[in-house]
Design a protein around this ligand. Structure first.
Ligand code: SF4
Length: 701
């Protein structure tokens, strides 16, 4: 009978919804006779290293998408017809052969740099590693990136410049232990809920001080001891001004500076323009408030700064991240528990994708492609000659397609046509590609541009490792078999490589990680045995398996072991409001949805609760324009247009608007149709948060 086939199973996995890295057991019920008859019974957090027994709504209820009827279960190939293109089902053989033929053809005709590869920050470390190995070793290009380009690259740059490692200084337990938590440009309660809970508890029960600096008065702002609302794009100014104030008034941690920090004099000189008066005027914060913040920072027993997209997605994103780290160095808030820098990683594996070489200028563990010695090591290991120059990043790829030099792209697990900034320009580029391969769980919006679509397995159907915001590496185990003919990304990438003449043989992700560890000093001691079950490691991991929950204990990551203060200049934000585009538009996440919503829109309860996007309008602006909650408005920027319903709320202030980025219900609501192609000058991360719009009221309610 059917009953005999029923099987209840309990499997450990790691959440794919944010960088906190919660881990938990998934309870499932399967009917062995019918592969489609399978159910998730419950999520049970037991001993997660990051979360203990907690999860948030996405982790707990956000898994239904795995069994969605929308899942891609067969490869699809575009068929061109006069009356419009169609996709037809194909066998794996046919699809993979077509890809191998096209990749070879394009490489032969236009050279290896006519191809580009984008790895997914939702996928495993092993998969990012194989993707960059495919690009570099098999095709011969460094045109390789991942979506940290859209979010975290500036934070990483700020840390490289000052302390040498692009990772959180400590663990979530350090954030809990800090005397003061300063949150800048992060809607932590909605974007990193479990981590936010820890801060809330410390604040409430231990008297931890909480300061929030943000444009919006979100939940953490409500709870804060001090909430500061600066003018948009001005964080570098107040950060530098309070640092100067601290130095000028003899409040700096001089012993720490003497022992651990280079460049104090030059840096101090560079602070000259950043007076409290100037910052006060430009940021719209009183000198008293700035002074109060400076005092709170020097008086606190350990300061952790948490920041996210509100800092990084600006034309000054790298410099503002640097300013945060400078301030922490001047006040001696590194090299001790309960202190340091905590850029909060967004995707579950945005840290890991970059750690594992899915970047145009680095192999695994941030080993430079330009370094001949490093390159030689990889050439010997992989048995090939490797390209010596850094490749194109995501942003440059779009430009290169428009210029006609980039012809072909292979992208997996990334809704590029909606999440990249200036979506209209991105869509035009994708439509111009000679050959475009998408590997996805669903027929995403970006799939519409593809020539071949490969059905991939989501995390519950594969093994591997993720690295969370704490630099914590964790294993996930296979809960279900791949649905239909879908396959894990690491298997697909391996097959493509082999059809292009490689001789890869990886029986399982474990063997992939062994190869990574052998080539990567940062991960030298990472083994699957050391990550068994709920065991974790926080990089750097030495060969003997010892890891570093606290990143800096004996030295900073520079040859002389000392940190470096990095002088900065101020530049005006791009895309400023004027008479025509008179409102500032901010954007970000909602608690319920994950980004554009490909996963969360396929979870019934979440979709029902939060079906569409909207724009938040302040009470004063609503009154001036005759808007109520529910009114339809049309927003026009210098780059595009959207139509959305208004929500009147005092979370936003004055002439500032806010839109969430979940847009799958209705593409006319996609916020990135409004955002520009301006970027952070160092990393090319789009300045998503610098957008000016004109608002036209379509219907009052
Ligand atoms: Fe998942 Fe993040 Fe929620 Fe944890 S806090 S359950 S990692 S979405």
């Amino acid at each position: 009978s059917a009953m005999r086939h029923n099987r209840v199973k309990q499997t450990k996995t790691v959440c794919t919804y944010c960088g906190v890295g919660c881990s938990y057991d998934v309870w499932t019920l399967e009917n062995g006779a019918d592969p489609n008859d399978r159910h998730i019974l419950k999520i049970e957090p037991l001993h997660g290293a990051a979360n203990g027994i907690s999860t948030c709504v996405k982790g707990k209820f956000g898994w239904e998408y795995v069994n969605s009827p929308d899942r891609l279960t067969k490869p699809l190939i575009r068929e061109r017809h006069a009356e419009g293109d169609r996709f037809r089902e194909a066998t794996w053989d046919e699809a993979l052969n077509l890809i191998a033929t096209k990749f070879s053809e394009i490489k032969r005709e236009h050279g290896p740099d006519a191809l580009a590869f984008i790895s997914s920050s939702k996928c495993t470390n092993e998969e990012s590693y194989l993707m960059q190995k495919l690009a570099r070793a098999v095709i011969g290009t460094n045109n390789m990136d991942n979506c940290s380009r859209y979010c975290q690259a500036p934070a990483t740059t700020g840390l490289w410049r000052t302390v040498g490692y692009g990772g959180d200084s400590g663990s979530i337990t350090d954030i809990e232990a800090a005397g003061l938590v300063l949150i800048v440009g992060s809607n932590t309660a909605e974007s990193h809920p479990v981590l936010a809970t820890r801060v809330k508890q410390s604040h409430k029960l231990r008297g931890q001080k909480l300061v929030v600096v943000d444009l919006r008065e979100h939940e953490m702002a409500h709870r804060a001891d001090l909430f500061i609302r600066p003018n948009p794009g001005t964080d570098l100014l107040w950060l530098s001004a309070i640092t100067r104030y601290i130095l000028d008034n003899g409040l700096a941690h001089t012993e720490f500076l003497k022992q651990w920090v280079n460049g104090t004099d030059t840096y101090w000189k560079s602070l000259e323009p950043f007076t409290m008066e100037m910052a006060s005027e430009r940021c719209g914060i009183s000198v008293e408030t700035l002074t109060q913040l400076a005092r709170m920072i020097v008086e606190a027993d350990g300061v952790c700064v948490l920041w996210a997209m509100g800092v990084t997605q600006h034309s000054m994103g790298s410099d503002t991240s640097t300013a945060i780290s400078n301030m922490l160095l001047v006040t001696g808030n590194y090299m001790r528990p309960g202190a340091g820098s905590y850029p909060l990683r967004g995707h579950n594996n945005v840290q890991g994708a970059s750690d594992h070489g899915a970047m145009p200028n680095f192999y695994t563990g941030y080993q430079k492609v330009e370094d001949a010695e490093v390159r030689g090591k990889f050439e010997r290991a992989w048995g090939v000659t490797l390209p010596p120059k850094p490749g194109l990043d995501n942003h440059q790829m779009i430009g290169a397609i428009h210029e006609g030099t980039l012809k072909c792209m292979y992208l997996f697990g990334e809704e590029m046509s909606l999440v990249d900034s200036n979506a209209n320009v991105v869509a035009d580029a994708l439509a111009k590609l000679d050959f475009f391969v998408m590997q996805e769980v669903f027929f995403s919006e970006t799939c519409r541009f593809a020539d071949v679509i490969l059905p991939a397995s989501p995390s519950l159907e594969k093994e591997g490792t993720f690295t969370s915001t704490e630099r914590r590496i964790q294993r996930l185990y296979k809960v279900f078999e791949p649905l239909g003919e879908s396959r894990p990304d690491w298997c697909i990438i391996t097959d493509i490589a082999n059809r292009l003449g490689a001789k890869w043989s990886y029986p399982s992700p474990k063997e992939i990680y062994d190869e990574i560890a052998a080539l990567t000093p940062l991960m030298a001691g990472v083994t699957y045995e050391r990550l068994e079950g709920y065991k974790t490691l926080q990089w750097p991991v030495a060969e003997d398996g010892s890891d570093q929950p606290l990143l800096f204990t004996k030295q900073f990551n520079f040859p002389d072991g000392k940190a470096r203060l990095y002088p900065l200049q101020w530049n005006e934000p791009t895309d400023q409001p004027d008479a025509e585009y008179d409102l500032h538009l901010n954007n970000g996440r909602l608690l319920e949805h994950f980004h554009e919503g490909n996963m969360t829109y396929r979870t019934e309860g979440i979709r029902e609760k939060t079906p569409c996007a909207f724009v938040e309008v302040s009470p004063s602006l609503a009154q001036a324009r005759g808007i109520e909650s529910g009114s339809w408005v049309q927003l026009t920027s210098r780059y595009g247009q959207v139509k959305v319903q208004a929500v009147v709320t005092d979370r936003v202030y004055g002439n500032q608007l806010y839109m969430p980025m979940n847009s799958l219900q209705n593409l006319d609501e996609a916020v990135n149709k409004l955002t520009s192609s301006h970027t952070d000058s160092v990393t090319h991360t789009p300045a998503y948060k610098e957008t000016s719009v004109h608002m036209q009221v379509l219907t009052s309610r």
